[in-house]
Design a protein around this ligand. Structure first.
Ligand code: SAM
Length: 255
């Protein structure tokens, strides 16, 4: 891992290309990182891989980068989405930042019956996602979508994508740990049996899923309910745990 700052940019990248940097990014490079002409930077845009670059010009409010050689070819992140019910602001920020570090390819906030928030600030979460992608050395920034009602998301679902349903309460929502029958399988066992298919993880809100919601989700053919163990995890903990296990068992944490 290198200490050379990484920057997500939008223009096309190629050896010998010059790209303009302005606004917040110029401020970050020249005022926060105090970079000057000749200093190294790494750039990526989610399409062309990662390039070496150096600061070629600095003005009061802009900068320019001269691209050198390509350091890494573009590689796709594992096809794993995260669906989560928005939480209080700082905890939603945490979920988005961790989802980027854990390699989620798309982030979809979903509104469930017991979700606290009615919407999310996508512009702010996207900025957070860019910062996390720069820090975690990803070659892309996953999209963070507008919050949608869970039922609407599931109505338009591509059945070729398995939905790993983090179900903390089993079949009978009224009982603390679900009914004796139909309890969700341990996540490692469930993931171990899955083929190499696109997937998504669904994490509920602090208040959990309602019994009706749970039944509707479990009745869908592409859903795989999972248990994350005998304790109730905070939603953000559950999100990180499920993402980590998926990456370790099905994703790019394998050799
Ligand atoms: N319904 C829970 C209760 O009884 O207090 C609260 C929900 S929990 C704080 C938030 C979300 O994290 C759940 O909806 C579920 O998606 C996930 N989760 C937490 N612990 C879990 C577990 N042990 N197994 C599966 N999912 C879990």
């Amino acid at each position: 891992m290198s200490a050379t700052p990484r920057l997500h940019v939008t223009p096309d990248l190629g050896e010998g290309v010059d790209i303009p940097i302005d606004g917040d990014q110029a401020h970050y490079l020249t005022r926060v990182m105090r970079l000057g002409v000749g200093d190294p930077v790494r750039v990526f845009n989610g399409r062309d891989g990662e390039f070496n670059a150096s600061v070629s010009v600095v003005t009061r409010s802009t900068a320019g980068l001269a691209l050198g050689r390509r350091l890494r070819e573009q590689a796709a992140a594992p096809d794993l989405w995260l669906l989560f019910a928005p939480l209080k602001k700082a905890r939603t920020d945490f979920v988005v930042e961790k989802a980027v570090e854990m390699g989620a390819a798309e982030i979809q906030p979903v509104l469930t019956e017991r979700t606290d928030a009615e919407t999310v600030r996508v512009d702010r979460l996207l900025r957070l996602a860019v910062e996390a992608a720069e820090q975690t050395e990803r070659l892309d920034v996953p999209p963070v979508h507008q919050a949608m009602k869970l039922d609407a998301v599931l109505r338009q679902w591509d059945a070729g994508r398995l939905l790993i349903f983090a179900d903390e309460a089993g079949d009978e929502g009224g009982r603390p740990w679900g009914g004796e029958t139909g309890r969700a399988g341990p996540i490692a066992e469930v993931l171990g049996k899955l083929g190499e298919s696109p997937a998504a993880i669904l994490i509920g809100p602090e208040g959990g899923f309602s019994p009706g919601e749970r039944k509707r989700v479990r009745d869908l053919p592409f859903v795989r309910p999972v248990s994350l163990g005998p304790r109730i995890l905070r939603a953000e903990t559950a999100a990180v745990a499920a993402l980590a296990l998926w990456q370790a068992i099905r994703g790019d944490w394998r050799r």
